[in-house]
Each structure stands twice: as structure tokens, then as C-alpha cells.
Ligand binder design. Structure first.
Ligand code: MN
Length: 169
């Protein structure tokens, strides 16, 4: 009888420990920010808080010149970070090189974007791009110019808008 009681206590203990460690594993998956580990380009400058929410790293790769009417930059969004809503007068192409996040046009559902995706953004369409709530995102941005203009910055993506995007499967 005594042995059964001890065995039963041990069994309960094992159950509790197992449940706790599986909870911990879940938390690690959901909560811990993921950082890009195999960066192609070095981090250069912090994206301005005037145009970005969260931690964003911008590395200019190529300036517009007399031949190329566009600039190229690498943008790294840490987990939860995103650009403000904005437009490009002559459009923009994104090439996702790491992680997963979102591209959303105003009044449309957000789209999941991930490593290997190429996004062709039309001129003058209000949109944002950035990381997701549990993954970082790295993309190359090729941005066309109209005279000396390439972007018009608008309002930040609110937490409500960002959370809604994160419901996208
Ligand atoms: Mn853009």
C-alpha cells in the first residue's frame, strides 16, 4: 500500500515536470525574438523612429546615379519591427533574404512574406512591410526615383493593425 502511494506521488511529480518543460518549450517558441544569423550585409545605421516602429537596421548598397534611376538598400527588421505606412512615386521591389513578415496594402489583407519572396510594389500604393510578432525579416529594397523623390512617409502601423496582420496564416 505504502509503495503504491510513493509510486503514485512519483508519477504525479513526473507529470508536473513534463507539463512544465513543455510549457517552457512553447514559451521559447512564441516569445523569444529570432535574430538573423547569416547576414549577407553588415548592419549599418538604425532606421529612424520617425519612419519605423521597433528596431530596424538600414544598409545603403547602391545610390541612384546617372545610369540607375533607383537606389538599393538592405533592411533588417528585428522581431515586431515594421515600417510606417508609405508610398513610392515610381514603385519598389523587395527581395526577402531571411526570416518572415508581412506586406500589406491599405484596405487589403496583409500578406505573409518570407525568405525567397519577391514583392513588386506599384507606384503610389499606400503600404507597409516589416517583421512579424515572432520572426525577424530581412529584405533588399530596390526603390525607383521620380526626380529626387522615392518615398512619402505616412502614419505608423498601429499595434492594432500589426496584431491584425499577425492573425494572417
Ligand atoms: Mn515600401
Amino acid at each position: 500500500m505504502k509503495n503504491i502511494a510513493i509510486l503514485s506521488m512519483m508519477y504525479t511529480g513526473i507529470l508536473i515536470i513534463t507539463s512544465l518543460s513543455s510549457l517552457q518549450a512553447q514559451n521559447t517558441n512564441n516569445m523569444e525574438p529570432t535574430m538573423p544569423e547569416n547576414n549577407i550585409f553588415p548592419k549599418d545605421q538604425r532606421g529612424s523612429a520617425d519612419y519605423f516602429t521597433g528596431t530596424v537596421w538600414v544598409t545603403p548598397l547602391l545610390d541612384k546615379d546617372s545610369v540607375n534611376n533607383f537606389s538599393i538598400g538592405n533592411v533588417e527588421f528585428e522581431t515586431g519591427a515594421r515600417a510606417n505606412w508609405h508610398t513610392h512615386p515610381r514603385g519598389q521591389v523587395l527581395i526577402v533574404t531571411d526570416g518572415q513578415g508581412f506586406y500589406q496594402e491599405k484596405e487589403k489583407p496583409a500578406q505573409v512574406i518570407k525568405k525567397g519572396d519577391v514583392i513588386n510594389i506599384p507606384p503610389n500604393v499606400e503600404h507597409w512591410h516589416g517583421a512579424s510578432a515572432n520572426s525577424s525579416l530581412v529584405h533588399i529594397a530596390i526603390t525607383n526615383f521620380e526626380n529626387n523623390e522615392y518615398v512619402t512617409w505616412l502614419a505608423p502601423v498601429t499595434d492594432l493593425e500589426f496584431n491584425e496582420a499577425n492573425q494572417t496564416k
